[in-house]
Design a protein around this ligand. Structure first.
Ligand SMILES: [Zn+2]
Ligand SMILES: [Zn+2]
Length: 649
């Protein structure tokens, strides 16, 4: 036994769930893990001690639970990336000593650091900074934690002229703060960090952009350098490849190239104009949506785009949703607001007559266009906009119907998403937040109903504790696109708030009034967003049933024009979206252009086809089908449309 254990009171540490183990106070995390065989070289980057993340070098003075954190875990990856941000800042300071530093956190797919420098960084500076980072790394410095009193830290950063760090210090209530030194570079930081720069083997700086200090337009504009880092070179390569792919299929770029939509400056930021080719796709989506809602027991509603302010006061929107609404307009001395949501309108229809228990559930759906104020800085193509159409529905039901209705909505959602070609879903159940309305009993019941529905459907889900909306628990279904990226689309929310605010009730079997339960749900979320997601998922090559131009007819010679006109008419009569190219151009050029438009089928017509009443078909993937009769071609196309085949199969 270690003799010192007899002098000082040992601390009890449970490592990785093993039985408690006596250690000397001040034992380093690294040694405590290593003693129990839980320090994996090249993998264990930090540790979790009683719920807190710690450096491997940190000393332990109290007992508790200790676990290794793998560099491959989400926390481990964050530590690696944030450490790379320090390395980047140290390189920036060596190259551009006049630079002031602000903050440098890890983010979803990498990290950034905000710098203040009179001269903006140029894209070519990124290469220089990267090179300097490698140079710093080759000196193999370690990340050393230093604890100072707040005053000592203030003095240090004041002397260095680091105004942003001083401002951050002002916001820290603790008496002492930690700093991390990496060679000559010191940063105010809570940690933890990788032990040394040898861990930072695979990183890449990606871009530079302006960012306001603390996101506040009134504060200085800083320069944000984005980068990413991975534990392995292979991981980094894979990610960079994915970024390249994502850039190629950015819906804003494809939207322009394929002439699908625009967001004209003269109309206003975040306000989308659908061009004919985009509108054709949207029409198909809407027609499908209406037909399937009808089949699933929904009724359709139409409601106005604005309503008296009083309605929004009753719903509570003028209180809790004020920041997201546009200013009121005055109509004959009465204030009106443009709608950010459709719910209050559906409620008015529900209240237009007495509802009996026999009338429930009511499933009412609307493709409702809503307007929400978003700061111009966060607008992004079709994904964050100011005006959009929700595929909204509200289900008014009795408490005993809740579970079945939720299950029904989930099944319907999955059917719709699968039809559009999505196969992988991440499902989240969000429970009661700290601030909430409604009784605990109602919350428990509703949360149970959501959980039971998911379980009965055998759908794996994660619980997001406390992430429900203040008015009720919810289920979010996120889709994974063809690049494996996650998109938030579907949401199913139980609401106790609006039924109470609007005094919604039904007359029960007993002749008494009973409160109604309301479910808000959207399957695609917003048509704009969903469309943007489809464009990127399919890289603009929509499956046949969605394609804005399904077939293009290309006569090779003028002699085939008459024959081509007849075919175009026939295909149109069959309900296909057909275009043709009668220009006096080379066939190769016509085919190339049709390929750029990502048309699924190109029908090439020459003398032989005209004579034999056949068609020669080329697919957009470059496959040449043997000559076939009109009927055979039509049968093929129609079958593909009916089964709504996606590009993947
Ligand atoms: Zn740090
Ligand atoms: Zn709603």
């Amino acid at each position: 036994m270690n003799p010192s254990l007899q002098d000082v009171k040992a601390i009890q540490i449970r490592v990785g769930g093993n039985p408690p183990h006596s250690c000397v106070p001040g034992v380093r995390v690294r040694d405590a893990l290593s003693d129990q065989g839980l320090l994996r070289v090249g993998d264990t980057v930090a540790a979790r001690f009683n719920g807190r993340l710690l450096d491997l070098e940190a000393p332990l003075f109290e007992g508790g639970d200790l676990d290794a954190v793998s560099v491959l875990s989400p926390e481990g990856l964050d530590i690696l990336r944030h450490s790379t941000a320090h390395l980047m800042a140290s390189a920036v300071r060596e190259l551009f000593p006049e630079t002031k530093i602000a903050i440098g956190p890890a983010i979803d797919s990498g990290f950034y650091y905000d710098f203040d420098r009179p001269e903006p960084f140029k894209p070519e500076d990124l290469g220089r900074i990267e090179k300097k980072m490698k140079e710093v790394r080759s000196r193999n410095p370690s990340f050393d934690r230093v604890v100072l009193s707040r005053e000592e830290a203030r003095a240090l950063f004041r002397e260095a002229g680091e105004a942003y760090k001083l401002e951050i210090l002002d916001g820290i209530p603790d008496d002492s703060v930690s700093l991390y030194k990496l060679g000559a570079f010191t940063d105010l930081c809570r940690g933890p960090h990788v032990p040394g720069t040898s861990w930072l083997r695979a990183f890449k700086l990606l871009s530079v952009a302006g960012a306001y200090w603390k996101g506040d337009e009134r504060r200085p504009m800083l320069q944000r350098i984005y980068g990413t880092a991975f534990p392995t070179k292979e991981g980094l390569q894979e990610h960079l490849h994915l970024l390249e792919e994502a850039k190629k299929r950015d819906h804003r770029k494809l939207g322009k190239e394929l002439d699908l939509f625009s967001i004209p400056e003269d109309v206003g930021p975040g306000l989308v104009c659908w061009h004919p080719r985009g509108a054709r796709v949207r029409t198909v989506i809407e027609d499908f949506w209406r037909k399937e809602h009808d089949r699933n027991g929904y009724e359709l509603l139409y409601t106005p785009h604005m309503a008296k302010i009083h309605l929004w006061e009753t719903s509570g929107h003028t209180g809790f949703y004020k920041e997201n609404m546009f200013s009121p307009m005055d109509v004959e001395g009465q204030q009106y607001l443009v709608k950010p949501m459709n719910c209050p309108f559906h409620i008015q229809i529900f209240k237009s007559r007495l509802q009996s228990y026999r009338d429930l559930p009511k499933r009412w759906a609307e493709l409702g266009t809503v307007y929400r104020y978003e700061r111009s800085g966060v607008l992004h193509g079709l994904l964050r906009v100011r005006g959009f159409t929700q595929d909204d529905a509200h289900i008014f039901c009795r408490p005993d119907q809740l579970e079945a209705e939720v299950a029904r909505v989930i099944e319907f959602t999955l059917f719709v998403l699968r039809t559009f070609g999505f196969q992988t879903f991440d499902v989240y159940l969000s429970t009661r937040p700290e601030k909430y309305v409604g009784s605990l009993e109602n919350w428990d019941q509703a949360t149970e109903a959501l959980r039971t529905s998911l379980e009965k459907l055998g759908l794996p889900f994660e619980i997001d504790p406390g992430e429900g909306v203040f008015y009720g628990p919810k289920i979010d279904i996120k889709i994974r696109d063809s690049l494996g990226r996650q998109w938030q689309c579907s949401t199913i929310q139980v609401d106790f708030n609006l039924p109470e605010r609007f005094d919604l009730h039904f007359v029960g079997e007993d002749g008494e009034r009973h409160p109604v339960i309301m479910i808000h749900r959207a399957l695609m979320g917003s048509l704009e967003r969903f469309f943007g997601c489809l464009v990127e998922h399919y890289n603009g090559a929509f499956p046949l049933w969605l394609a804005p131009e399904q077939v293009t007819v290309l006569p090779i010679t003028e002699r085939a024009h008459g024959y081509a006109v007849r075919l175009v008419d026939r295909l149109k009569a069959e309900g296909l979206r057909v275009e043709s190219d009668f220009r006096n151009e080379k066939l190769g050029l016509k085919i190339r252009e049709a390929q750029l438009r990502k048309v699924p089928y190109m029908v090439v017509l020459g003398d032989r086809e005209a004579e034999e009443e056949t068609v020669s078909v080329r697919t957009r993937t470059g496959e040449n089908l043997p000559p076939m009769t009109w009927d055979l071609f039509l049968r093929r196309v129609k079958e593909e449309m009916q089964t709504r085949k996606t590009g993947a199969d």
